[in-house]
Structure formats: structure tokens, C-alpha cells
Design a protein around this ligand. Structure first.
Ligand SMILES: CC(C)(COP(=O)(O)OP(=O)(O)OC[C@H]1O[C@@H](n2cnc3c(N)ncnc32)[C@H](O)[C@@H]1OP(=O)(O)O)[C@@H](O)C(=O)NCCC(=O)NCCS
Length: 150
């Protein structure tokens, strides 16, 4: 894949971000939540490829813990290394900012995301029962962590 440009998410990106979000998740974030993130203490980034917004990632660092809150790649651009690229970027930024660990939560059924996270060294450290809503009811969250201190 050609070079991916990763940059800060701007207010004018929200329409394109929401289009990716709505197609990729059964229960997407709302536009209001996304706007609050841009204006709040979060790191909101987008990945651009050939002028198209192809993914977004939202994270927050609290002291030496970095939390990944959202990672979403446009459906037609999936399985081309974009998710991996963004996550490597996140781990590199965390190291630069003296984070020691990166945490995330993922739906127990989300095999693609679980595989991606495991490929970068994330390990399961817990499970939150019935944490997520889904169209049928509730689903567990797998809590994962990777140590980036060394
Ligand atoms: C999960 C997601 C971010 C992966 O992004 P992506 O750009 O498609 O992933 P990559 O191409 O970088 O894949 C990297 C690795 O992840 C795993 N992976 C990605 N998609 C997969 C799939 N459909 N099935 C199995 N493994 C998969 C593989 O290990 C893959 O390595 P490989 O291609 O060498 O086998 C993407 O599918 C997505 O946005 N899904 C919808 C939103 C979502 O679920 N986000 C995660 C919330 S926690």
C-alpha cells in the first residue's frame, strides 16, 4: 500500500470519520461523542491514503498509562496493514511520551482486532462480563495490555 499519512483529527474530518465509524461498528460512537473527543483531553488521529480518510484512532494517556479507546479502518481498506500501521504509530508515540503500558478493551467476538492486538504483543489481563451492548443483548469485553517500558 502507498504511504499512509497519519495526522491529528480536525473538526472538518468528522463527516468522513462518522461514515467510517457507522459502516464498521454495529453500535458506532455518536457524532457528539466524537466532537467531544476532539475538544477534550484525547489524542484523535486520522490516517489518509491517496487523499481519502481511511481510518481513525482515539487514545488517551493518563500518567504512564496509554489507553486505546477507538481504532477503526474503513471496511473497503481493511486487511491492508492500516490497523497495524496505526497501532505501531500509537506504541511509538507512547514510548516517546514515557508511557509504560498500553491498555484496551475489545469485544470477545472481534477476532480480527484480537489477532491484530496479539500480533503486537498485547496480552489478555481480564474480562469484563456483559460490558458491551449488542443488537441481541450484551457481550463480554476482553481487557488487554502491552508493556512498552523497555
Ligand atoms: C480490527 C481492524 C482495526 C483491523 O485493521 P486492518 O487494517 O484491517 O488490519 P491489518 O490489515 O493491519 O491486519 C493486521 C493483522 O490483524 C489481524 N487481522 C486483521 N483483519 C483480520 C481478519 N479479518 N481476520 C483475521 N485476522 C485479522 C491479522 O493478524 C493481520 O495480520 P495478517 O494480515 O498478516 O494476517 C479493522 O478490521 C476494523 O477497523 N474493524 C472494525 C472496527 C473494530 O472492530 N475496531 C477494533 C475495536 S477494539
Amino acid at each position: 500500500m502507498a504511504v499512509l499519512q497519519i495526522r491529528e483529527m480536525q473538526c472538518f474530518d468528522i463527516g468522513a470519520v462518522m461514515a467510517v465509524e457507522r459502516v464498521s461498528y454495529t453500535l458506532p460512537w455518536t457524532e457528539a461523542v466524537m466532537s467531544d473527543c476532539i475538544n477534550g483531553p484525547y489524542c484523535c488521529e486520522v490516517a489518509m491514503h491517496a487523499g481519502e480518510l481511511v481510518a481513525h484512532m482515539i487514545s488517551q494517556q493518563v500518567l504512564d498509562e496509554l489507553h486505546l479507546l477507538n481504532l477503526c479502518v474503513a471496511q473497503h481498506q481493511q486487511r491492508r496493514g492500516i490497523g497495524l500501521n496505526l497501532l505501531q504509530h500509537l506504541l511509538d508515540s507512547g514510548r516517546r511520551n514515557q508511557a509504560k503500558s498500553v491498555f484496551l478493551e475489545v469485544r470477545a467476538s472481534n477476532t480480527s482486532a484480537l489477532n491484530l492486538y496479539r500480533s503486537l504483543g498485547f496480552e489478555t489481563i481480564g474480562q469484563r462480563r456483559d460490558y458491551y451492548r449488542d443488537k441481541q443483548g450484551r457481550e463480554d469485553a476482553i481487557v488487554m495490555c502491552v508493556d512498552i517500558s523497555s
